[in-house]
Ligand binder design. Structure first.
Ligand code: HEC
Length: 121
């Protein structure tokens, strides 16, 4: 028993390290502030972002991955951008189909997803 304990600790540490994919490091106030402020460079996309996506994606308590917060996106991005865009089109969990953007084209949703899941512009 006494001998297996250090292994137990090592295992626990490994599990905690690996768990970051499933339970991302929670964003802090500075991350939230950045997400609230940042907008796509393109004015038309910025307007769509402001009327839809930012309502949830700048609020960690909504359950949405925070815009530009890398730990919130890394596991999702591993599935590839097209899969993420597909989720927005179809809706997922607390996100309604189209992400509340009625006049977003599939191309808009892809650009917005790229913007949100990437670093702060
Ligand atoms: C009403 C709140 C809400 C709005 C508005 C919203 N989202 Fe989301 N979004 C969520 C939530 C909640 C999730 C997490 C869903 C889950 O994994 O269960 C999410 C997840 C995502 C994901 C990851 C999907 C995946 O498969 O992991 C992308 C990409 C995304 N949103 C893009 C957008 C875009 C682009 C917009 C604006 C057009 C938008 N969202 C608007 C709530 C919202």
């Amino acid at each position: 028993m006494g001998k297996t304990w250090p292994h137990g600790l090592a295992l626990l540490a490994a599990v905690l390290l690996c768990a970051c994919g499933q339970a991302p490091q929670p964003p802090g106030p500075a991350d939230v502030e950045r997400a609230e402020r940042a907008r796509p460079a393109d004015a038309r996309l910025a307007q769509r972002y402001e009327q839809a996506c930012v309502l949830c994606h700048a609020r960690p308590d909504s359950g949405a991955p925070l815009s530009h917060h890398a730990p919130s996106w890394s596991a999702r991005l591993e599935r590839g951008l097209p899969a993420l865009v597909q989720s927005v089109q179809a809706g997922k969990g607390g996100m309604p189909a189209g992400g509340l953007c009625a006049d977003c084209s599939p191309q808009d949703l892809e650009s917005l997803t790229r913007f949100m899941s990437g670093p702060t512009p």
